[in-house]
Design a protein around this ligand. Sequence first.
Ligand code: ADP
Ligand code: ASP
Ligand code: MG
Length: 427
Amino acid sequence: MSLIVQKYGGSSVADAESIKRVARRVVETKRAGHQVVVVVSAMGDTTDELLDLAAAIADAPPSREMDILLSSGERMSMALLAMAIHEHGETAQSFTGSQAGMITDTSHGKARIIDVSPDRVQESLDTDHIGIVAGFQGVSSESKDITTMGRGGSDTTAVALAAALNADACEIYTDVDGVFTADPRVVKSAHKIDQISSEDMLEMAAAGSKVLHLRSVEYARRFGVKLHVRSSFSQHEGTWVLPGPDDTIALQEGEPLEQPIISGVAHDDSEAKLTISGVPDVPGKAADIFNLIAQAGTNIDMIVQNVSDDTKTTNISFTLPGADIEKSVQILTDNKEQIGFEELDYVPQVGKVSLVGGGMRHHPGVSARFFTALRDAGINIGLISTSEIRVSVITDIEDLGRAVQAIHTAFGLDADQEATVYAGTGR
Ligand code: ADP
Ligand code: ASP
Ligand code: MG
């Protein structure tokens, strides 16, 4: 008998009717002869609403309490889904992350998994139940407190359980038919990708395609979990993310022999840009700046340092999560004298657009086509960064949607039909 882990995102369990629909699908999977473990997200925009509630009560709520609050969203969904399954005459048992053996470190709000021991879920399966697990939460082995794993973390719960239970596949059910060549909410002509290498999927997720939590892709790749991203609103086959670097795309008749040059275009509207000018051009200044930023607990994305001019000073620009801009500006301003810079400017929200494709490392001309597309669309570029399989630029936030569309078209990715977005607010 095969074991399938199914994860249903917030828009798939947004209300009572949706939960009943998901229950039918889960029951059908069991009746088709599979063992089923279900991971659920909080209903609809519940997590955002809980965040808003906390913000209305405290400026800086204690992170321990924040995690207890946020973990409650997933607990509602799991109990309601178990009830809906019972209505169909099957039995289901729901478990919190802690009960399901999701052991994490103590970094509240961004906890990392250190062990998964789903004994109770296994017992539940052995006694012919459907196991349901609350997504994105665990328990710290050190403090014994409830933790959460960061926004979108239920994907990672599902993959971690699939790995620990040795599942045959992990299905991620969402509000679109799979992974597309661009976010179908932004590019209507985006098309679904049937199979994508985990390497390209990692870059897409890291560059802002929130259809999969980055850590779920890393985890699936490490443990060889087969991921199938698909819609809970249709029966269409979705996108398979091939786990290992050696899993070549299975060739079907008439398909090209090589992996595609480009997988897709990802975008991110959550970053800010900070520029420090008049930095003395002497050894150690970049170290001073980035040590301070690291102390503030902020992750940096792109960094650019200009060639120094006659005044023997230079400018350093970098991007960082928009949510961290204030504390970063504060800590740099507090240390202005020690670093010796002249000015600090920032833009609280910029756009980042990235072109991703493992095939680009063997194909010249990709960057040329990318920059030509932006020029033809009259879009100005802030910063540029590249990896072997990605080209990214920063644009003004107003230009982001047009930039994504222009690059998508320039690389011949447009489909004839409009992509379907079944639900969700994209929040
Ligand atoms: P869930 O609540 O099911 O976890 P998410 O909102 O986290 O759903 O992820 C699904 C959304 O990801 C889609 O509705 C879509 O707007 C967005 N998205 C961004 N990039 C892509 C992409 N390349 N392919 C598909 N969806 C994408
Ligand atoms: N409910 C959490 C969120 O909205 C976790 C998840 O859905 O994956 O981020
Ligand atoms: Mg998600």
